[in-house]
Each structure stands twice: as structure tokens, then as C-alpha cells.
Design a protein around this ligand. Structure first.
Ligand SMILES: Cc1ncc(C[n+]2csc(CCOP(=O)(O)OP(=O)(O)O)c2C)c(N)n1
Ligand SMILES: [Mg+2]
Length: 579
């Protein structure tokens, strides 16, 4: 199939062939030629956002809820630079998105032309790959390559920057193009020798743990994980990016590791003699002070990205491969052998931690609302089929700790970059990708003020997301650090919402949404139920909570996980780990 058309038309045609149904973006001079044929496309729906950062996070939310590539579009210069934060976010959390930007005409590149920014240079370190197209003939092939790179191997963001003259020029369109990616061949099949080594260590271990990360969900391997866990009876720990990949309610689930992890999860890692890391990064928020992390553990580390293996912690058995294949090969190898580890003593220790140090929280005598209670009730009422999309801060940690996730991919948040402003647009993208699902954003009052303009997009485009603003009147997570480490000197963390500026209920109404407010525990259920009944417009609930609620447990930054506190100046009592 060969046809004459403009570069812009060939871009839209290529997106249609890639079965893109939704693009989030804002037009401008350099990308304008592409918006003209986009206007006629019956297959690609363009969603006009209010800020390009919203477009990028919406593409991420769409990608995470659907498993498909999310697409965003912006013009050159400031449009493109507004995408930098979501691109960096997608890079850190391995989210497959394609960002398409207009660039000034090729003859003007490098002249400081109006709205010129070297966006491919700027995003070089935060994209999996990026392209600058100045020849319209390259457009279809590059689009296909961009989608391929974004979605295969370790997923990530790909930028396609197209000069205005390439969009305007006539070209010949033909499909399918032949991809030219000679150096790109992600290894998905794990090496069988490594799998046998890992199975042997598992059988020999006395205190093993499965440390499960976002890579397991991305590989679609939660069923295999359940099989491996039940076959071996090894405890399972799910990171912030893997919440729901293994059911929270499963007796083998220990909780989340790291800075705000459960005592059972943190203790299990610290005292383990074997860590089986699956699709994880040994991130500093998980390891705490690296030199004191899990000092007696051998490490099996499986990841599709060889660059992750032994990056932070030496792997005794490195396995490069797709987690679905790695885990099913492990299951098959273990099934074929007679050898099973004996972890009875280990379970006695771990069950002790779980029973002695369950997650808990303080309530307030003045009758004000505990944010953790809001999470518990939201999880109970909205249920495990809901997608929960969090912002960044205390509310994010409470959302991870207290909602209860049973299904893979139902907790979407900004883990690696920790981007305030992620929740509202990402929830919008998730809801557009999964229109039949309930989508609750859980946002902080600080985060919400960074991107709530996308409520206008949601209201006008008919995207009935629900937003729980956990309004503690503060940049709460920063305030918590000031409480603990800066002598309660609250420098610039008070958002002064005691004066209700802005009034989130009125703000919601101004944006064509329903606004509700809840300030007392006894009203929580009725408020959530009311929000659940509204399905034609977006709903914002202003949960006014106590400003002094804190996230516990906590491992202070830079300290050892052994020094985890379950409340201020309260540490768990560890078992004597040496038998
Ligand atoms: C874009 C951005 N700026 C600054 C920070 C640093 N930061 C992390 S959490 C936080 C406070 C967030 O406040 P809020 O949204 O009200 O959430 P809370 O912690 O109160 O639940 C800040 C400022 C960040 N993560 N992202
Ligand atoms: Mg806050």
C-alpha cells in the first residue's frame, strides 16, 4: 500500500495503524500541521488537556491501566519542556509512552528560533530512546520503532521530535514499514543454568524471601508468582510498584518493604539468607543504608534489564529475562526436583512479626479525621476492582498501606520520581483506558494544586474520575521530616488551608465536578458511598484530616533498615537471628 500525502498525514495514518485510540496533548505552531489531519481521524481521539504535564501523566495512567502504549503530543519549546517531568517519571517507573513533539523547521534548528528547545538533547538521559525526524519519509518507520521500543524489553518512554517542514512536506506513505533496529534485541529467555542455580539456592535456604517489584506486574506474571510462592511456601514482599501483584490478603504476603514498609517485610529482608529479587531495583527507599541491607542474604536477581543486575547489590545468581519466563521456568525446575526447603522456623519468626507489629495508626480525641481511616474505608467500599491512583507524599504511603490490593495493576503511582501532580491526570488517563472501571485518585492537598486543572478536561471529555483529596493543610511528608529531623521547625510546609484557600469544594464545582467535603469519621462511609453513586461527572471529596498524622513505620533516610521505627522512638524487638 503506497500513497502520496504530507508528513503530518502519514504521522496520523501511522498512529491509526498502531491502533492508537487516544492521544493527550495541546497544539501549537510547530505541531500544528499534525493537528490538521488529526481533526479528521475517526480512529484516534485527541484529548485536549490543560497543561502538557497532564498529557504526559495521562498517557502514563492510560498505559498502566491498559498495558498498552500511552501517547502524548505537544508543540516545540515550552510544550515539549512541559513534558519533561512525565517523561522522567515514565523512565523511572518503566512506563511505556510515546511522546510526539513538533520541532522548529529543520533549517532553523540550532538558531535559537522562536520556541526552539533541543528536546531530544534535553530528554536524552530520561528516555529509553529518542528520535529527531527531519525527513517525512522516516515518519511511519520511526513511529513503529518508537512503539516497539517503548513496549518491549524493559518498557519506557520514547520521544519522537518532528520538524515542522517534515510534517508539511509531501511524502510517500507505505505500511508496514521495515524497522531498522539492529542493536535492539532484549533478552527475554532466561538462561537455564541460572534457573537451576536459583532453584538450588531456594532449596538450601532457611530464610528465603521473594522480593517482588514492578517488573513482575509488567511481565504479566502474577499468576506465575502465586504458583511459585505456593509451591515453595516462601514469604512474598511487594514493593510500591508491585502492590496488588500478589494479593495482600494472602497469608504469605508480608507487606511492602522499605522506608515505610511493614515490620514483617523489612524484618524478613534484613534477616533473610536468600533474597529472590524479581523485577526489582534494590532502590534506596527499599534497602535503606545499602551496606547494612540484608547482611546475611545471598541474592538471586532476575530482571529484563541487565543494567539493573548487581547495580546496587551484588547478585550471586544473576538472571536476565522476562519475569514471566523466569518465574515459570523456576516453577518447572522446582516441580521437577524432589528437594524442598524447610522454612518452618522462618515462618514462626515472621508470623510473630506480623502478629506483634501489624500496621496501625493513631486516632484523634478531638474527633478529627485520621487519614488512614479514610483509606481503610475507601478500600473496603470501592473494593479490589477499583483502580487507585495516588499522588506523592504521606497520602501515597497511606494509600499503599491501608487500602488492600488484591489484583495486579490496581495501584498506580509515581514510585521512582515521586512526582507531585501525578494523580489527577494519571487517573484521567486510567479511566479513559478503562472506562468501565471505577478510578479513585488519592491526592494530597499540595499535589492536587499542581495539576487539578485537568478536572476541566475530565468534566468536558466525560471522564468521571473520583478524587479523594487528603487535606491535611500541609506538605505533609515534608512536615513529617521537619517534625522528626528538623526540631519541629515547619519552614514552608503550611499550605494554610485552614482558611480554605482554595476551597476544594468550590474549586470542584467551578470545574464542572461535584464537590463534597468530609471532616468527621462518622461521615466517611456516607461520603464515599455518595461519591460512588455519581458516575456522570467527576467527583472531588475534600477529606479534611488532622495535620499531625504520621506515616509509620519509618526507616529514616540513610539509616539501616534494622533501625526501623514503628512510632516515634519506638523500635520493634527483633528475634535473635543467629540460630
Ligand atoms: C514536583 C515535586 N515537588 C516537590 C516534591 C517534594 N515533596 C514530596 S512529598 C511533598 C508534600 C506533598 O504534599 P501533599 O500533596 O499535601 O501530600 P501529603 O504529604 O500532605 O499527604 C513534597 C513537597 C515532590 N515530590 N514533587
Ligand atoms: Mg498535604
Amino acid at each position: 500500500m503506497t500513497e502520496r500525502m504530507t508528513g503530518a498525514q502519514s504521522l496520523v495514518r501511522a498512529l491509526e495503524h498502531m491502533e492508537v485510540d487516544t492521544v493527550f496533548g495541546i497544539p501549537g505552531g510547530a505541531i500544528l500541521p499534525a493537528y490538521d489531519p488529526l481533526y479528521d481521524s475517526t480512529k484516534v481521539r485527541h484529548v485536549l488537556v490543560r497543561h502538557e504535564q497532564g498529557a504526559g501523566h495521562a498517557a502514563e495512567g492510560y498505559a498502566q491501566a491498559t498495558g498498552r502504549v500511552g501517547v502524548c503530543m505537544a508543540t516545540s519549546g515550552p510544550g515539549a519542556t512541559n513534558l519533561v517531568t512525565p517523561i522522567a517519571d515514565a523512565y523511572m517507573d518503566s512506563v511505556p509512552i510515546v511522546a510526539i513533539t513538533g520541532q522548529v523547521a529543520s533549517a532553523a534548528i540550532g538558531t535559537d528560533a522562536f520556541q526552539e528547545a533541543d528536546i531530544s538533547g534535553i530528554t536524552m538521559p530520561i528516555t529509553k530512546h529518542n528520535f529527531l525526524i527531519t525527513d517525512p519519509a522516516d515518519i511511519p518507520r520511526t513511529i513503529m520503532e518508537a512503539f516497539h521500543i517503548a513496549s518491549t524489553g524493559r518498557p519506557g518512554p520514547v520521544l519522537v521530535d518532528i520538524s515542522k517542514d517534515a510534517l508539511q512536506a509531501e511524502t510517500t506513505f507505505s505500511w508496514p514499514p521495515a524497522m531498522q533496529l539492529p542493536g535492539y534485541r532484549p533478552v527475554t529467555r532466561p538462561h537455564s543454568k541460572q534457573i537451576r542455580e536459583a532453584a538450588k539456592l531456594i532449596a538450601e535456604a532457611r530464610r528465603p524471601v521473594l522480593y517482588v517489584g514492578g517488573g513482575v506486574h509488567k511481565a504479566g506474571a502474577s499468576a506465575e508468582l502465586l504458583q511459585l510462592a505456593e509451591l515453595t511456601n516462601i514469604p512474598v514482599i511487594t514493593t510500591l510498584m508491585a502492590r496488588g501483584t500478589f494479593p495482600d490478603s494472602h497469608p504469605q504476603h508480608m507487606g511492602m518493604p522499605g522506608m515505610h514498609g511493614s515490620v514483617a517485610a523489612v524484618g524478613a529482608l534484613q534477616q533473610s539468607d536468600l533474597i529472590v529479587g524479581l523485577g526489582v531495583r534494590f532502590d534506596d527507599r527499599v534497602t535503606g543504608k545499602l551496606s547494612s541491607f540484608a547482611p546475611r542474604a545471598k541474592v538471586v536477581h532476575a530482571d529484563i534489564d541487565p543494567a539493573e543486575i548487581s547495580k546496587n547489590r551484588h547478585a550471586d545468581v544473576p538472571i536476565v529475562g522476562d519475569c514471566k519466563e523466569v518465574i515459570s521456568d523456576l516453577v518447572a525446575t522446582i516441580q521437577a526436583s524432589e528437594e524442598r526447603g524447610d522454612y518452618a522456623d522462618w515462618w514462626t519468626v515472621l508470623d510473630g512479626y506480623k502478629a506483634t507489629y501489624p500496621l496501625g495508626y493513631d486516632t484523634f480525641e478531638d474527633g478529627s479525621l485520621a487519614p488512614q481511616y479514610v483509606m481503610e474505608r475507601l478500600g473496603a467500599i470501592a473494593g479490589p476492582d477499583t483502580y487507585y491512583v495516588a499522588g506523592v507524599g504521606q497520602h501515597q504511603m497511606w494509600a499503599s498501606q491501608f487500602i488492600g490490593y488484591e489484583k495486579p495493576g490496581t495501584f498506580i503511582n509515581s514510585g521512582g520520581l515521586g512526582t507531585m501532580g501525578f494523580a489527577v491526570p494519571a487517573a484521567m488517563g486510567a479511566k479513559m483506558g478503562r472506562p468501565d472501571a471505577t478510578v479513585w485518585a488519592i491526592d494530597g492537598d499540595g499535589c492536587f494544586q499542581m495539576t487539578n486543572q485537568e478536572l476541566a478536561t475530565c468534566a468536558l471529555e466525560g471522564v468521571p474520575v473520583k478524587i479523594a483529596v487528603i487535606n491535611n493543610g500541609n506538605l505533609g511528608m515534608v512536615r513529617q521530616w521537619q517534625t522528626l529531623f528538623y526540631d519541629e521547625r515547619y519552614s514552608n510546609t503550611d499550605l494554610q488551608t485552614t482558611r480554605r484557600i482554595p476551597d476544594f469544594v468550590k474549586l470542584a464545582e467551578a470545574y464542572g465536578c461535584v464537590g463534597l467535603r468530609c471532616e468527621r469519621p462518622e461521615d466517611v462511609d456516607a461520603t464515599i458511598e455518595k461519591a460512588m453513586e455519581i458516575n456522570d461527572v467527576p467527583v472531588v471529596v475534600d477529606f479534611v484530616v488532622h495535620q499531625d498524622a504520621m506515616v509509620w513505620p519509618m526507616v529514616a533516610a540513610g539509616t539501616s533498615n534494622d533501625d526501623i521505627k514503628i512510632a516515634r522512638d519506638m523500635a520493634p524487638k527483633w528475634e535473635n537471628e543467629d540460630e
